[in-house]
Design a protein around this ligand. Structure first.
Ligand SMILES: *[C@@H]1O[C@H](CO)[C@@H](O)[C@H](O)[C@H]1NC(C)=O
Ligand SMILES: *[C@@H]1O[C@H](CO)[C@@H](O)[C@H](O)[C@H]1NC(C)=O
Ligand SMILES: *[C@@H]1O[C@H](CO)[C@@H](O)[C@H](O)[C@H]1NC(C)=O
Ligand SMILES: *[C@@H]1O[C@H](CO)[C@@H](O)[C@H](O)[C@H]1NC(C)=O
Length: 540
């Protein structure tokens, strides 16, 4: 199996990745670059903040993606290549370089930031420094080194290796549960990136201990994967896309004797297989449940997964808008050149049957599976997703350390989700907000049942539900557009209804999405096990 991958790789190296860019992959790269070009500040060779929310401060990470795009485009009479070298050199000059710091070898968030860990700018992971930037920038650099190294000067290549070496040493400081770090092997997207970043860098720099660390870490990820043939960080329009990115690099850049080359292709196919089951081509959306999501609808908020889908099935068909920069989470449109560079190689590892299955909705189906994310999952989760023509329902039974779910991230955890299609390609949705560490679900056609085994009189079932231009004032479930919803069970069937929006209401928007919040409490004097049933009838 990996022999096939190696042969394909040789073919790619012979033709050169640039020549391989065609069709939507090329269009994606060119459109994303035309957009990012406008953010490029030649004064310092970095991009301004891509979401225009930073008073024209610059941003390190998209600058790395942009460097990939400059090299993939390789235009403007050589100016793209020299700009790429300047962008890369700037990022590396800015890299944290004190080996005593936990953020050693990481890349800055913005060039303008004060020293991390100073009294004025305390070190706060995922705030003043983001430990996952090592993976995102590091793997962008590895892509550049491998696919476009022939365009770069030796001094820039040497600098990149030194930078990646520091990056990997710093990454080795991370261990889930130590220093409040959350990088467990189950945190799939950065874990997969760490394994290849460290393994590749160890080999290139001749550091056997580092090479071995990459292999050992990969084994831990593989062991978790083999438990249920699913990623621990299960199903996410954004993070499945990043995990696929990391796995693609396992397949493309790990040498044959690496466990990553041996297992990468079948894991990549396995993740795609599951994703294809949960992908609804007609609704252009990924069904739930999602361990982590910023959105409920991939046609209005950019999910990284769409960037992989677009070259295989088409831009619109992947959920992307023709002009993806107008969508929520538009910043990830900056990933497009990097994904474009890898898309044909990844696609070559996938079967025609799989690719075909992504293109059309083949009819009603149910997917059952499991996932396990230690240490937060106390046992394996059971997942059921039902997909109908215009309605899909996905939920999971889980028992976790806290109500924050398997990724310990309450805000992004969506354990029970329904989405429906109506009108002119509108998507409606509802998503349960997790308030329990233990939940049981039953999903069947047009029906969702939720039970809280450890719940009681003070339990609540709260849902975020889609607003609609058709009916801007919602007074009950009957006002939700595109589907009819009926609630039963032992809850109080009259919800407490509030609105959360960008410009007002009981709370702010959810990652740009306004929403109605329906909360069902238990009736007074309740005893027993709280349960709520939703029956759906899609609009004709
Ligand atoms: C790597 O880290 C060392 C300190 O260990 C530092 O002296 C060196 O400048 C760093 N290299 C780069 C390219 O930043
Ligand atoms: C060897 O690798 C491990 C895992 O990355 C790391 O913790 C350790 O510091 C390394 N040892 C040396 C001598 O580089
Ligand atoms: C997904 O995996 C199952 C089980 O191995 C297999 O039967 C099916 O053909 C695969 N589907 C695709 C689209 O590859
Ligand atoms: C998942 O199902 C298995 C049996 O198939 C069961 O033992 C386990 O408790 C279930 N997990 C949860 C979280 O309900």
């Amino acid at each position: 199996m990996f022999i096939k991958a190696a042969a394909l790789l040789a073919a790619f190296q012979a033709t050169g990745a640039v020549a391989a860019l065609s069709g939507e992959a090329r269009a994606m790269m060119e459109d994303s670059m035309a957009w990012m070009d406008r953010f490029y500040d030649p004064k310092i060779n970095q991009l301004y903040d891509l979401e225009s929310k930073a008073a024209m401060n610059h941003e390190t990470l998209p600058s790395a993606w942009y460097a990939v795009g400059l090299l993939a485009r390789n235009g403007n009479d050589g100016k793209d290549v020299s700009a790429a070298e300047s962008v890369i050199s700037y990022i590396i000059a800015d890299q944290h370089d004190n080996p005593k710091d936990l953020w050693y070898g990481d890349y800055t968030r913005e060039p303008e930031e004060p020293d991390v860990g100073s009294s004025v700018y305390p070190a706060q992971a995922y705030r003043s420094w983001d430990p996952n930037w090592r993976g995102f920038v590091g793997l962008s650099f590895i892509t550049i080194y491998e696919d476009f190294g022939n365009l770069l000067s030796q001094s820039v290549k040497d600098l990149m290796l030194e930078s990646l070496y520091n990056c990997s040493v710093g990454d080795s400081y991370r261990e889930g549960g130590v220093n409040n770090d959350n990088l467990y092997p189950a945190y799939s997207n950065p874990a997969i990136m760490r394994a290849i970043g460290t393994g590749w860098t160890g080999r290139k720099t001749g550091d056997a201990n580092m090479t071995n660390a990459g292999e050992e870490y990969a084994k831990k990820i593989i062991d978790l994967y083999d438990k249920h043939d699913t990623l621990s960080e299960f199903n996410s329009a954004t993070y499945t896309g990043i995990s696929l990115f990391g796995l693609t690099l396992w397949c493309k850049y790990a040498p044959e004797d690496s466990i990553m080359a041996k297992r990468g292709p079948d894991m990549l196919r396995g993740v795609w297989n599951t994703t294809a089951q949960l992908w609804h081509a007609g609704m252009r959306n990924l069904a739930g449940p999602w361990d982590r999501s910023y959105s409920f609808d991939m046609t209005i908020s950019l999910g990284h997964l769409s960037l992989w889908l677009a070259p295989m099935i088409g831009r619109k068909e992947s959920g992307l808008h023709q002009y993806p920069e107008i969508m929520s989470h538009a910043r990830d449109w900056g990933w497009a050149p990097l994904i474009a560079v890898h898309s044909e190689f990844q696609s070559s590892l996938l079967s025609d049957e799989l690719k075909q299955s992504l293109k059309t909705f083949s009819g009603e189906r149910t997917w059952n599976g499991q996932a396990y994310y230690p240490p937060y999952d106390l046992e394996s989760r059971n997942i059921t997703t039902w997909l109908g023509e215009k309605l899909m329902i996905g939920a999971q039974s889980y028992r976790t350390k806290s109500q924050n779910g398997p990724s310990n991230n309450n805000g992004q955890f969506h354990p029970a989700v329904a989405q429906w299609q109506y009108g002119d390609d509108e998507i409606g949705w509802l998503s349960l907000r997790s308030s329990q560490a233990h939940m049981k679900m039953e999903v069947s056609p047009n029906r969702l049942k939720l039970t809280y085994p450890d719940g009681g009189a003070d339990s609540v079932f709260a849902f975020f539900v889609s607003p609609s231009l058709r009916q801007t004032n919602v007074k009950s479930w009957a006002d939700i557009q595109g589907v009819s919803i009926s609630i039963s069970g032992n809850v109080n069937t009259t919800p407490v209804l509030t609105f959360a929006g960008r410009y007002g209401g009981s709370a702010g928007a959810y990652y740009d999405h306004n929403y109605w919040r329906f909360e069902h409490k238990m009736p007074s004097g309740f005893t027993g096990t709280p349960e709520l049933i939703i029956e759906f009838a899609p609009e004709d």
